[in-house]
Write a protein that binds this ligand. Sequence first.
Ligand SMILES: *Cc1c(COP(=O)(O)O)cnc(C)c1O
Ligand code: SF4
Length: 393
Amino acid sequence: MRHDQQRPLDHSHPQWRDWRWQMRHRIHSVDTLAQWIQLTDAERQAIEATQGIFRWNITPYYASLMDPEDPNCPIRRQVVPRLEELAPDLIDSLDPLEEVAHSPVKNLIHNYRDRVAFCVTSECAIYCRYCLRKRMVGDAAFMMRKAELEAAISYIAAHPEIRDVLLTGGDPLTLSEAHLAWILERLRAIPHVEIIRIGTRMPVKLPYRITPELCALLERFHPLWINTHFNHPKELTPDAAEAVDRLLRAGIPVGNQTVLLRGINDDIDTMKALCEGLVRIRVRPYYLYQAQLIGGTAHFRTPIETGMALMRALQGNTTGFAIPKYVLDTPYGKVPLDGTYVKGRSGDYVIVETPRGVLWAEPNPIPPGETLSFRLPEIPWPEGVATLPLATS
Ligand SMILES: *Cc1c(COP(=O)(O)O)cnc(C)c1O
Ligand code: SF4
C-alpha cells in the first residue's frame, strides 16, 4: 500500500507544495476523508446520498484547514456534503440568474453591455457546496472544446462594445499554462478588450497553483486583474498570503468576493476579521454576495437583513477600503443591498429596484426563531414586480 493511503498527507510530504500533486491527491472517498476528520454519521449519509447530484472533491491543502472534531467547522461546511442539500428548497432552479438565456454562445454570459463573463472551463479544484455554477462545475457537458472557445472569442471580437472580459468557470486556473496562454493571446489580439479579469479560488483552496511561472505568464497580458474568493479568516494562511503576494508582485491587483453564508461568516466578528485579514495581505474586499437561490443550498442562505446589519456594523468601525459592497445578483444585474435600492420586505420577499429600473422580489423568508437586529419596513406587494417561480405553488 502506498504511504499516502495509510495516513493523511501533511505539510511534510515532499510534494505538498506541488499543485499538480495536490490535484492528483484530491480527496473524494469516504475512507480517505475519514483519515482527515471524524466523519459524523450524517456526513457519511450525505456523501452517499448526494452522489450523482453534485460532485465533491477536496484538496489535501484545504482539508488540512478543517477541524477534525467539529462538524460545524466553517471550512468543512463549505466542502463536505450535507443532508440539508437534499431538503426541498424554495425553488429548484440551478440557473436563477438565467445565465443560459444570457449566453449568445456556449458558456459566454453577456448580461451587461460592456462586459462578459466567459466560463472557460467547468473544472474546479474543490466543489463548494453553495456554488453558483453548480449546474456546470464538474459536468463534462460544459467543458469547452477548442471550437467552442473559438466561437466565444469570435463573439467578443465581433462586439466592439465589450471592453472587459471576465474569465471564470469553474476555475480558469485549473487550465494548463499553455491553454491559458492560448486564450489570453487570442483575447489580447482584440483591440477593444481593455481589461481582462480572472475569477479564481486557487489562492484559497490550492495556493501552490500560483507559481512564479504562472505569474510570469499572466503579467504578459496586463491590464489583468484577479478576484479571488475567501469566505472565512481561517482561510487566510501564510501559504495563501504568499500566493497573493506573488500575484501582487506581478502587478496584478487582487480583489475578493465573499459569499455570505449562514453559520459560516454571517456574524460581525467573523466578517470583520475576514475583511481586516484580507487588507493585511493586501487583498481589497470587493463584493459580499447574498447567497443565491441555487437548489439545495437553502441552509446557507441568510435573511437579507442579516447582511445589511453586517454592513451597518462595519461602516465607520474599520478601514473604509476593508468594507465590501453587499450585492444581490438578479437576472437584471447586480443590485447593491443598501437603502438606495432596497424598498422593503413583503412577507417572504425582499423588494429591490435594480439599477435598470426593474422591480425584483427576491424570495428570502426569515427562518423561524431568527432574531434580527435590523428590520426592513413591511411594504405591500408592488404591481408588475418580477420574481422567480417558487418550486411549490
Ligand atoms: C458579476 C458579473 C460581471 C462583472 O460585474 P462587475 O460588477 O463589473 O464586477 C460580468 N458579467 C456577469 C454575467 C456577472 O455576473
Ligand atoms: S471555486 Fe467557485 S466555481 Fe468552483 S465550486 Fe467553488 S464557488 Fe463554484
